[in-house]
Design a binder for this molecule. Sequence first.
Ligand SMILES: Nc1ncnc2c1ncn2[C@@H]1O[C@H](COP(=O)(O)OP(=O)(O)O)[C@@H](O)[C@H]1O
Ligand SMILES: [Mg+2]
Length: 253
Amino acid sequence: MAAVIHTEDLAVSFDGETPIFEGLNIAVEKGEFVTLVGVSGAGKSSFLRVVADLIPPFKGSVKVDTPDDPTRRPIAMVFQAANLMPWRRVKDNVTLGLEGIDVSDAIKQERIEWTLDLVGLKEYGDRWPYQLSGGQRQRIGIARALAVDPDILLMDEPFGALDAITRTALQDELLRIWRETGKSVLFVTHDIEEAVYLGDRVLLLGDKPARIVAEYPVDMAREGRRESDAFARRCEDVRSGLHAAIKAAAGKD
Ligand SMILES: Nc1ncnc2c1ncn2[C@@H]1O[C@H](COP(=O)(O)OP(=O)(O)O)[C@@H](O)[C@H]1O
Ligand SMILES: [Mg+2]
């Protein structure tokens, strides 16, 4: 299988001296769902941003291998806050990412319908953001990312601000969308259960400077995964890995 994201010895630094993380070698395969956990401040968001080419590498490289298509973007991001523009209707928020690329009105319309349908808000295009619940706003954030038909979805704690029930529902929706679209997903969370439920594998980012300290394959069907003993055991593995990483980093303060 071909990797769509491939980092080699990647480091990011904000002061040009001290790396936030270094030596990151990660490959995400086409169609894979990879989750990344780590303590707050470890560098998870910075990692997504360097992959999205929003900040430059300090060392090493990021390669993104996706087909060239002027009507699409290779990568789209979803953040913890949906950041909808209150003065634009839902459908005009969905098409925000399309504004820099050359797509016809027909394609625009198609993408609005396709993505609103995918996130289960087909009838909401003409509403205003203030008329949506928190979960619905987050769904629109996902629709906006999907509207550029990216090969890769980068998600930075997208469900972190939602209540537990909405969060569980959105996790299942995201898995359905992922299956239906075949996108590759790199999903950051500090919630271990979420990481193990969603991921084909879980990467653990240690601290100071951050690097991938462990990788946990999750070879379980998603159907019934949350309820299985194997799921609870895998969560325990990740939890003890995370605690060990925190301890190791504390020694370096
Ligand atoms: N734009 C920036 N300028 C300087 N330091 C930053 C910037 N963004 C993040 N940092 C620092 O980099 C480290 C990693 O941050 P971040 O990637 O946001 O971690 P996480 O997402 O894992 O919580 C933190 O110490 C943070 O303060
Ligand atoms: Mg972050």
